[in-house]
Design a protein around this ligand. Structure first.
Ligand code: C2O
Length: 570
């Protein structure tokens, strides 16, 4: 039976369940446009189009409309596999008047400075403690209360709301909504905390897990309102965080080795593997479409750290390990503020999405004055305009570019030999890069040759390097109700050491269960590999060899359709 994050009237429950069953059933069997309208006809109260530019529900072009939240569609949803939860607001949000978001006035609003959580002074801690305990004492009916804050995250990770004009859910993980949505969430959360203690300068701290000085759980979170008993105590300080947390043969590294590994992973996911908006921010998520494919930082360290910190004694490693309750742990906000900081850093040197379907998408939050605010994704592209910034720290990973574990010359010789055998068809048991109808189970390490598109290796030979090469692991079916992780390497030969500290590592797939209507899901992994190929001296080769290494037992419930190479302008 379903569990509620807050108490509700059982009659509402039955109604909600019926609604949910209809929605899930319909989305499984019928094409969205037609049935969408029928279902929404009942569920929806049309939000009036107040301002030019906000999309109207009834537009026939719903497919290309910016994504928007259908406020009247909240329903119980799957928190994590086997767990139905209701995290809907206690009353219909449409009963509240809607105000459009306004930027804080730059002339009168002080800048909030988010500080490194390992270097906070006692005054600050006392202030935050006070704000948080007031927030925790507010009644559930108050949207500023801590329980309601937790539920907001639950709503958007489980898909409790549907999209306007479609019967697809709104989900903010594993797609391009990830960074901007969490930025909005923190923005309102921080302002509420500040207003509860009458401090306009109050700013959240950030857990700088990408910096060697920040690679433990900040001490602050062991005490008072900041504590959460549903954690893994073996990961308390002085244990160094494992940004690449896996379950099979857990890394037993020294603190120094772990730090080196963390920095190498960061380099990979912030620099070499993150050269395009889609690689870093995740794939498009538009009205009426559903495809999962998270960006680099969301996959790791974001996902592994959730699981690393959650309690091993509770299913789903709650709290942090299960998104629907993750925001119960106060460290959640510092964890996300660091992700937000990294997005800011990345944006200084890269171009984000300019697709209007992204920028004009919008959602709603209650602000510190209890107003229901409608906010567009384009509103949160610049921190300056939102009047906050981050304390600067050294970004040690910038200089952590990994080196090949085997000399490229030696590796090439072995790969050439492999190539010749392949051409002579000696290696008959090697699967092709398209696995065909009988996809491959990831129950053991597999190595596959892939032929690269001529455009790519040929233009590299002519030194025209304006393209980013993308390795796609296609049709990943995750049937596991568990944390899933596998790593991807390129041109591995017998003597290669399989660790992210070496250049052969090109990225990792990490999935936390939950947030979908069933435990099954289909996703893909995109990895930017141009820089790694150059360092491996393989950028002019016609073929590369890709190795997939399962890192959790749950990988034996994961199948992969195939691999391919794409390329895109940088
Ligand atoms: Cu919305 Cu770290 O999760």
């Amino acid at each position: 039976m379903a569990t509620s994050l807050h108490s509700t009237d059982p009659r509402k429950w039955i109604l909600s369940l019926i609604t949910l069953t209809c929605i899930l059933g319909a989305s499984l069997f019928i094409d969205p446009p037609s049935i969408g309208t029928q279902i929404l006809g009942k569920l929806n109260r049309v939000v009036p189009d107040g301002l030019t530019g906000w999309s109207v529900l009834t537009s026939p072009n719903w497919k290309i409309q910016p994504l928007a939240v259908n406020l009247s569609s909240c329903h119980p949803a799957i928190g994590r596999p086997g767990k139905l939860v209701n995290c809907c607001p206690p009353r219909n949000m449409l009963d509240d008047p809607i105000s459009d978001f306004e930027f804080p006035d730059p002339d009168t609003t002080p800048i909030r400075v988010r500080r490194f959580a390992h270097r906070l002074d006692d005054d600050y801690i006392a202030k935050y403690e006070k704000a948080l305990s007031i927030m925790k004492s507010l009644p559930h009916s108050d949207p500023r209360s801590f329980t309601r804050q937790v539920e907001i995250h639950c709503q958007y990770c489980t898909g409790s709301f549907l999209q306007q004009g479609s019967d697809f859910p709104v989900r903010v993980h594993r797609n391009w909504l990830f960074f901007p949505w969490h930025r909005m969430f923190l923005y309102f959360h921080e302002r509420i905390l500040g207003s509860l203690i009458g401090d306009e300068t109050f700013a959240l701290p950030f857990w700088g897990w990408d910096s060697p000085d920040g690679m433990t759980l900040p001490e602050l979170y062991l005490n008072g309102s900041f504590n959460d008993h549903r954690r893994d105590p073996s990961h308390y300080p002085p244990t160094v965080v494992d940004l690449n947390f896996k379950k099979l043969d857990p890394t037993r590294s020294t603190p120094e080795e772990q730090i080196r590994l963390n920095l190498a992973l960061m380099y990979n996911h912030m620099v070499s593997g993150a050269k395009t908006a889609e690689l870093f921010l995740g794939c498009p998520y538009k009205t009426g479409e559903y495809e999962e494919c998270p960006g680099t930082i969301e996959r790791a360290p974001h996902n592994p750290l959730h699981t690393w910190l959650g309690s091993p004694d509770i299913d789903g490693r709650e709290d942090m390990g299960a998104f629907y309750v993750a925001a119960r742990d106060p460290i959640f906000y510092a964890h996300h503020s660091n992700g937000d900081r990294l997005w800011g850093l990345w944006s200084e040197t890269h171009k984000g999405f300019d697709d209007p379907a992204f920028l004009n998408s919008y959602t709603y939050f209650y602000d510190e004055t209890l107003r229901l605010v409608r906010i567009r994704f384009s509103d949160v592209m610049e921190m300056d305009k939102l009047r906050y910034r981050y304390e600067e720290i050294e970004n040690a990973w910038v200089a952590a570019r990994p080196e090949p574990s085997v000399s490229p010359r030696l590796a090439r010789r072995e790969i050439r030999k492999r190539e010749r055998e392949r051409e002579g068809n000696v290696v008959l048991d090697l699967p092709s890069s398209r696995f065909g109808p009988t996809n491959r189970v990831l129950d053991s390490t597999i190595t596959i040759p892939i032929d690269r598109p001529r455009e790519v290796w040929y233009s590299n030979r002519r030194n025209e390097k304006e393209r980013e090469e993308i390795l796609v692991v296609e049709g990943i079916d995750v049937k596991a109700n568990d944390y899933v992780k596998f790593d991807v390497y390129i041109n591995v030969v017998n003597s290669t050491i399989l660790s992210p500290i070496y250049r052969e590592f090109v990225g990792t797939f990490v999935d936390i269960p939950g947030g979908t209507s069933s435990s099954k899901k289909r996703t893909k992994l995109q990895l930017g590999i141009s820089e790694a190929l150059e360092d491996l001296e393989a950028d002019q080769d016609r073929t590369i060899w890709v190795t997939l290494v399962p890192r959790t037992e749950s990988c034996n419930q994961v199948t992969v359709d195939g691999l391919k190479i794409n390329y895109t302008e940088k």
